[in-house]
Design a binder for this molecule. Structure first.
Ligand SMILES: C[S@@+](CC[C@H](N)C(=O)[O-])C[C@H]1O[C@@H](n2cnc3c(N)ncnc32)[C@H](O)[C@@H]1O
Length: 252
């Protein structure tokens, strides 16, 4: 079984990939989220939607789960005035996020935590966001239970992730629809939308990365064959996906 913590520690130990950044810029165009350094498919419009649909106000506590380098959560914190707590399994991601917050002059907390065990007290969060990270937790039902526990009643949850019709090889267990799990945990689902042009954006990203495999190999210090295999493996999971969704839910 893949040790995802180790995978992400290795990813975040290096600075953001220049090749990946160039490809995302080319593919996303105006929708590239400038200054955010995402390690995800988040778009500029989606960041604005997080800020609006989380309904979080100045001084309230916003949690970003699977925060990575922290760019998306900090963007929403700046836009709303919320006080940010970012959680991730990878310490290297948290270090990068703390550094980013310092550079932006934002007070934020970044600590180790997972979807299944956040380490936060019950009702501590006024809102919870998560960008393209829920797929990595093996038990989505347990994750929603934990998210419900840390949210105050009436608090909002906004997540982007994927539904799958077939279990993708080498990934944690996936589900075809996250709504029943959210409802069973005590959420009212307010929206569950396919994200704009998601398949096209991911398709183009995979194709362009394959074309740039030699550059990826050089950047990562691996062979071109290894780089191609890694990109192809990631790209192949696209065939198992139903949708990339934007979930908006309220804790009951
Ligand atoms: C595709 S990245 C997205 C990062 C960030 N949200 C962004 O938009 O740049 C997925 C993130 O989920 C984190 N992750 C993986 N498994 C996790 C888990 N069980 N609990 C919390 N975070 C997890 C990884 O370390 C990684 O930072």
């Amino acid at each position: 079984m893949t040790d995802w913590r180790q995978v992400f520690e290795a990813t975040y130990a290096a600075p953001p990939s220049r090749v990946q950044d160039r490809v995302w810029r080319e593919v996303f165009g105006d929708e590239y989220p400038e200054g955010v350094d995402p390690y995800s498919y988040v778009t500029a419009s989606e960041l604005r939607r997080f800020a609006a649909d989380l309904a979080v106000t100045r001084g309230e506590t916003l949690v970003d789960l699977g925060c990575g380098r922290g760019g998306a959560g900090l963007w929403v914190a700046l836009a709303t005035g919320a006080s940010l707590t970012g959680l991730d399994i990878a310490e290297a991601a948290l270090e990068a996020a703390r550094d980013r917050a310092r550079r932006l002059g934002i007070e934020a907390t970044f600590t180790r935590g997972t979807f299944e065990a956040t380490g936060l007290p019950g009702g501590a969060a006024d809102a919870v966001m998560s960008v393209d990270a829920l797929l990595f937790t093996p038990d989505k039902g347990a994750a929603f239970q934990e998210l419900r526990r840390i949210l105050r009643p009436g608090g909002r949850l906004c997540i982007t992730s994927w539904d799958y019709h077939t279990q993708p090889a080498g990934r944690p267990p996936q589900v075809p629809d996250h709504r029943p799990l959210a409802e069973a945990a005590g959420f009212r689902v307010l929206a569950y939308d396919d994200t704009e042009r998601w398949r096209e954006l991911q398709e183009s990203t995979g194709e362009r990365l394959l074309q740039a495999a030699a550059e990826v190999a050089e950047e990562e210090g691996i062979s071109v064959a290894e780089a191609r295999a890694g990109i192809e493996e990631m790209h192949a999971t696209l065939a198992t996906m139903i949708r990339r969704f934007f979930l908006v839910a309220e804790a009951t």
